[in-house]
Structures are given as C-alpha cells and as structure tokens.
Design a protein. Sequence first.
Length: 434
Amino acid sequence: MKTAFILCATSALASVWLAGAARADEVQMLDAPVIPLADVTFKSGQTTALSVGYGSGATHRAGEDAGLIYTITDRGPNIACDEAKDLTGADTDAMCAGDKDGKIFPVPAFDPTIYALRIEGEKVSVAGAYPLLGTDGKKLSGISVPLAKNPTEKPYAADGSAMAQNPNGFDSESLARLADGSFWISDEYGPSISHVAGDGKVLDRLVPAGTEGDYAQADYPVHGKLPAILVKRELNRGLESIAVSPDEATLYFVMQSPLANPDEAAFKSSRLLRLFSFDRKAEAVKHEYVYQIDTPDMFKADNAKKARKQGDVKVSEMAAIGPDRLLVLERISKTTLLYEVDLAGATPLPARFDDVATKPSLEQLKSEDLAAAGIVPLKKTLIFNSDDHAGMPDKIEGVAVIDPKTLVLVTDNDFGIDGAKTKMVRVTLDKPLN
C-alpha cells in the first residue's frame, strides 16, 4: 500500500548559505529487496544473518529507462574492533588481538558489487549484479589496501585471526554511469576513482600521485593522477561521492570530510571540503573548489539526544544535474540535507593550498578567512530536508536523479550487522532541479 507524507519545510532549517522557500515535497517508501548474503558465526559462538548492503551509492543516467537505477556496495560487512563486544559477543582482545583501530571482515571473500535495480510502481527488483573484476576476470576484494602514506585498518576474520591487507581492495562508495555502459566509481581507501566496464572489470584506478607503489601487486592498471595532498584524508573519510557531467567530459568528486591537514585536529574542526572537476580526456584535475559543510546543529534528528560535533558532518553522495551543477547530500546519520550547488561564481582554490607546507592550511581557515585568502566558496541552495518528513529512514547514502522532479534515495544498511534492512524512498520535488 502506498505510504506518502507531505509536509512543508520550515525556513528555520534552511541552508546557512542561502535560505530556501517553503516546499511541499512528497516522499513515498518503496519495497526494497532483501538480498541474503551469509550467516556468520563469530568466535563467541554468536551467529548473525547478513544481507547485502547495496545502497552506498546510486545513479540513473538520463536517457535510460526511468525505472532503472544502479547502486553499489561498499567494501562489505565490517565491524570496528572497538565495537566487537556489542556486535560479535567477543571483546576486542579476543577478536582483534587488542587492536582497537582494526576492522573485522566477517565475509572476507566479499567482492564490492554494482547492482542494477528495476523500479515498477512501489516494487523494486534486482535486474543484475556485477562484482568488481581484475584484468584477468577474477573477483577483487573489499579488504583494506596496504597503504604507506595514508594507512588503512588491519583486517581480522570472524574467528579473530589476523588477515593480510589486499592491494585489490576497494571501499567503493558511489558511482556514475556513462552512455557506453561503463561506470566511474569512487573509493574511500586510497582515496581513488576508477573507470569500470559494464561487466565490472576495472579498467583504470586513479590514486593520489606518489602512492602508485602501494598498488604494485594490484590486478588492474593504476595511475597517480589525483592530487598528492589527498593522502591527508582522515581514515574512512575518503571519496564517497562522484558524478559525471551531461556531456560526460567532466567528472566531479568531493571529499567526504575535511582533510586531516596538517593533523586530526584540523579535520575535527574544519567545515571546508575539497570538490574537484576532472577532465576525463586529459585525465587531470581542471579545478578544485571549496565546499563548506553545515554546522552540526542543522541536523535536527541527529541532535535529539545529544549535541553532535563538527567532525560528525559529512558529504555522502553527489549527482550532476546540469553543466557544472550538482546535487550534494550532507548528513550525520539521521538527517539528510540535499543541496543544489552551482560551480559558477566560485573561485578555484589557489594552488598553494595543495602544498602541505602551506600554513595555515585550507582546513585551518575559518569562514571569515576565505575572502582574505582570495576564495569564494561554492553557493548552496537547500532543496530537501528529511527532518520535514515523518518516517524518513536513517543513513541515506544513495541518490539517483530520475528526472528534474524525481529522486530515489537509498540507505546503507551496513549489511544488516545490527539487523537493519535497506530502505528506498521516492521523492517528488515540488520544484524542478533545472
């Protein structure tokens, strides 16, 4: 049965950058499929039924069937070692040899996968699944990559044994589809972006310059075409969003959070993210822009029980809605804010801020410092706030733009580790995006 909620937005929750007019958007819950993955027994004897978390990113290409979207998983089921007791029944000492910074991978053979989903009315079905493949056609991995300059977590199995890191590992988070059927995907590990064929084969992985050697044993081509400063990403806060321009000449990608530049204190306090436009033909960054994320008080549902911190705010998805025009998703966990962003009027970031020797760094600047540094940040216009609609799910990470007034939102259920199921929502906007 159709479930719909229609409420008006309140101006009090409008963007701190540019207030939006009151809206009457409609949201409708869809019947998202549950894709069983595995029943995992941990060292404690506790067994957990896992399902595929296919909502880390979503996309729809204009010109394709309006009922067809593509989504992507992240690296697979994983549990922070410092949460081992609550989720596995055994403590950090037993599961991770006391390594509180490690990750438990209960299904180590899992391969990040692109899903084709068909939406018919309220029903959603799986139309195809395309695991990431190496040059030789073998499945790749979600296990953390052995990085030297920007380390990733040490992996552990469900029985508590240590595992080796894997140069074929992807923590994929977002995707954009091209007219030839191929995809570009973003990844948090490297961070990296990768061109992937329609059958899932990785054609090229682009990583921060100077880190190519970390992928020497990878089963696909790797090139250091991204800015070297991206190695300063905070752990698990890499590239979670990617989009492609309507003419497919330009890629856009944005960091999930401010860089830890020069240190973690800068990441925790900064509101300034780096957003890139990338020339596909030249395989080079065209421009780098400053995107200013909201303050944590803007996320009403997330602050219901305790005040959240600036470091909790993140960008989790992006879609192109026109030439140099983007739709950007900001969230903590419960509240989802969608912004229209126009690159026109913003100034490219001065090159000196890509040098780690620059003091203060971009991430150490305050809002009032930007003008003095010659920086005009991207303009944001709030177009959707989930706090204005009853029954909206938590942890929305995927956004597929079906047409200028229709979006499909998808949640990341973290593979059902805590019992959550993937949820999907159709949003009908009362004003078109373009």
